[in-house]
Write a protein that binds this ligand. Structure first.
Ligand code: ZN
Length: 440
């Protein structure tokens, strides 16, 4: 932490950081006396859909940079990225295309017709897609669930085209082959723990202790191999911690999140798509067959599942793997922007220090995306947050946002509150289901 500094911003760049600066009169002066200046935060696992208000929700929470991990409206997101680059009020957007899968069988083929996932069954199809995405200007390609052949064709072609492959650990590939597959990022820590559960032979309530022992003996080795290959991992811890809460206690869970800011269409869902509210939430009562014994076992399963995430994250950090903060925003319960601040607290509770957490949400993701944001440094993009309390003393202090500077634009607390209010009012106007009982 540095004391008593002046930061000079011209247009959208930081042009000077020093103790004594003399500057011409035309500069606006923002007095940050007694406050704390940190780089804008990054969410490395976002899903934008059609709700443009999400962009403002990010900014209002100090999230000035996001990595969109594919969406059904990718063309729209490319347009938003262009507008953002031309100066629109928005976080900086990095876009991964695809959600590349291989699917066989009639039902899967029908689902594909309705845009369920993008299907690539042959290496030729995959290579063609990589070239197409590259020419369309995507920043990365997301692997989701391709067969082994398709995955390796994907990473090989992507290397030739100079575009990174990020995303899931394809179940068809498995950890051992994954290290050498050329994929440079994992979209969830969960991808690793899921893979270890598979290797262990499955985990349920009666072998959960043995599984955790197995994971503890193997976690360091896995982390070392990821580190050797420079594979970056996005955390998405909070959403996993939320699943048992949504599963067993949805009403109370919804009271703990900023539900009124989330797009109403999305929380309400439809006949075709699940939403977030009780009765239509995809995590609610997952696989509970009602007997007390089964519920007890199911709770133990989720406790173990979350515990495994914590073990793995600690091993990644201990062995120097780059972990970046990510939320899987717009997944059930995960409100854009607000959820990144939850993620920071989850990482802190998991055992990362305040400075490790901030690193995971600023320097590390900027490095991963080769972005010039992420640091308070000359030449960097002016993405900054002014906090009233010290985030290095308590990570919760990242919530004490007094102002956000995004791409050089200054949004004071009054402006941020106006933005939030307007989103709340707009949502209330288009709501079909009353959510008052979930609001505090
Ligand atoms: Zn996702």
């Amino acid at each position: 932490m540095l004391d008593s500094l002046t930061v000079l911003i011209k247009d959208n760049k930081i042009t000077q950081v020093a103790k004594e600066i003399s500057f011409p009169n035309e500069y606006n002066i923002i007095d940050g006396t007694g406050q704390y200046l940190i780089p804008g935060l990054v969410d490395t696992h976002a899903h934008l859909h059609r709700s443009k208000n999400d962009l403002l929700l990010y900014l209002a929470n100090g999230v000035t940079h996001i990595a969109n991990n594919n969406s059904e409206s990718d063309n729209l997101i490319l347009k938003w990225r262009k507008e953002a680059n031309e100066g629109a009020l928005s976080p900086k957007i990095y876009i991964a295309a695809g959600g590349m899968s291989s699917k066989k069988g009639l039902i899967q083929r029908i689902k594909t017709l309705f845009g369920d996932a993008i299907k690539y069954n042959t290496p030729t199809q995959a290579r063609r897609a990589v070239r197409k995405f590259k020419s369309q200007g995507y920043d990365a390609i997301k692997s989701y669930n391709p067969n082994t052949e398709v995955h390796f064709a994907l990473t090989d072609e992507a290397e030739k085209q100079g575009i990174p492959v990020i995303g899931h650990l394809p179940p068809s590939v498995g950890l051992e082959d994954f290290y050498n597959s050329g994929q440079s990022q994992l979209a969830h820590v969960e991808e690793i723990t899921k893979s270890t559960i598979k290797e262990f032979g499955g985990m349920w309530s009666d072998n959960s202790e043995e599984y955790l022992k197995y994971l503890k003996t193997n976690a360091d080795q896995i982390a070392i191999k990821l580190k050797e290959k420079n594979i970056v991992v996005s955390s998405t811890l909070w959403i996993i911690e939320s699943i048992p809460k949504q599963n067993f206690d949805i009403d109370n869970f919804l009271k703990t999140i900023e539900l009124e800011y989330q797009n109403p269409g999305q929380i309400e869902g439809s006949q075709l798509a699940k939403g977030w509210l009780p009765g239509n939430n995809s995590y609610e009562n997952m696989a509970i067959k009602n007997s007390a014994e089964q519920i007890k076992n199911h709770k133990l399963f989720w406790k173990t599942y979350v515990h495994a995430m914590h073990i793995m994250i600690k091993a990644l950090i201990k062995n120097g793997v780059t972990v970046t903060a990510g939320t899987d925003s717009n997944g059930p319960g995960v409100v854009a922007g607000f959820s990144l601040l939850d993620e920071l607290e989850s990482l802190n509770r998991c055992g990362l220090t305040e400075s490790q957490v901030l690193y995971a949400a600023t320097v590390a993701p900027a490095q991963w995306m080769q972005s010039n944001a992420g640091k308070v440094e000359i030449g960097r993009r002016a993405d900054l947050i002014l906090l009233t309390k010290n985030p290095l003393e308590d990570i919760k202090n990242t919530r004490t946002i007094n102002a956000v500077i995004t791409n050089g634009k200054y949004l004071d607390r009054i402006t941020l509150d106006k933005i939030l209010l307007s989103i709340r009012l707009a949502n209330n106007n288009s709501r079909k289901i009353n959510i008052d009982k979930f609001l505090n």
